[in-house]
Design a protein around this ligand. Structure first.
Ligand code: FPP
Length: 239
């Protein structure tokens, strides 16, 4: 529930593209890595807030398959922050009952980060509160390709009939298998694109873009996104 707005429908699944850390830092004549640090602090705060609103699944885009193209220093700073925050999550999300899961190709990360990812998932596996998908080294096209390859193997090895494959069979082979599709995707930093985020799952998602930069996106900004979501007329292809 959103404080002061008990009438609002709370989306079951919200995705967030956390954009604008670099610009936030530039505006303050600081290195981009400082923007990421403030962005990471905000990640923790807003996640906790959203978990109390009734959202069932929250997917946050932390690092895309394309983000490796950034400078070595920036990628390094981000990896350092991920480690710091994954250590923090191990202690701090316990009381919040948030179930953390990582989506994306983790095999590209160093051993220490992979261990932290696994420890977090292991520790959170029996929690029943909000599911938090952290998308790291995630790219939707790779995810769809992975699902297609799985199905091809099933055709080859298990006699699956290609004509019987349904859209739900593809959904069931994505990282988000079994989860509701996102109702709402929020993008901070003003851009109007999905940038390879949840492409298959977002067929009927409402997109909300705000100029607010990620480190400045606070509780009230999330509330505004929910109010805007409630003003949309979702038809799912009908009339
Ligand atoms: C986009 O801003 C942001 C990222 C590529 C990194 C997002 C990561 C965090 C917020 C860290 C928190 C995550 C965890 C798991 C602790 P940008 O650099 O593209 O900004 P710009 O568009 O202004 O350049």
């Amino acid at each position: 529930m959103i404080k002061g707005h008990p009438e609002l429908i709370i989306p079951q699944h919200v995705g967030i593209i956390m954009d604008g850390n670099g610009r936030w830092a530039k505006k303050r004549a600081m290195p981009r890595s400082v923007g990421h640090r403030f962005g990471a602090q905000n990640f923790r705060k807003i996640t906790r807030y959203i978990s109390k609103t009734g959202v069932k699944v929250l997917t946050l885009y932390a690092f895309s398959t394309e983000n490796w193209k950034r400078s070595f220093a920036e990628v390094n700073a981000l990896m350092g922050l991920f480690k710091e925050y994954l250590i923090d999550l191990l202690t701090n999300f316990k009381e919040d009952d948030i179930k953390v899961v990582f989506i994306g190709d983790r095999s590209a990360f160093d051993k220490n980060l992979i261990e932290l990812i696994e420890e977090n998932e292991e520790q959170a596996k029996d929690r029943t509160g909000m599911l938090l998908n952290i998308a790291m080294n995630y790219g939707s096209r790779d995810e769809i390709l992975m699902a297609v390859k799985k199905l091809c193997r099933e055709v080859r090895d298990n006699g699956l009939d290609p004509e019987s494959i349904t859209v739900d069979d593809i959904s069931a082979r994505l990282y988000t298998a079994g989860e509701p599709d996102p109702d709402l995707i929020i993008r901070t930093g003003g851009e109007m694109r999905l940038s390879n985020f949840l492409l298959y799952q977002s067929a009927y998602s409402e997109i909300y873009s705000t100029d607010t930069l990620w480190p400045d996106f606070h509780e009230k900004d999330f509330d505004e996104a929910i109010i805007a979501f409630n003003q949309r007329n979702r038809r799912f292809g009908g009339v």
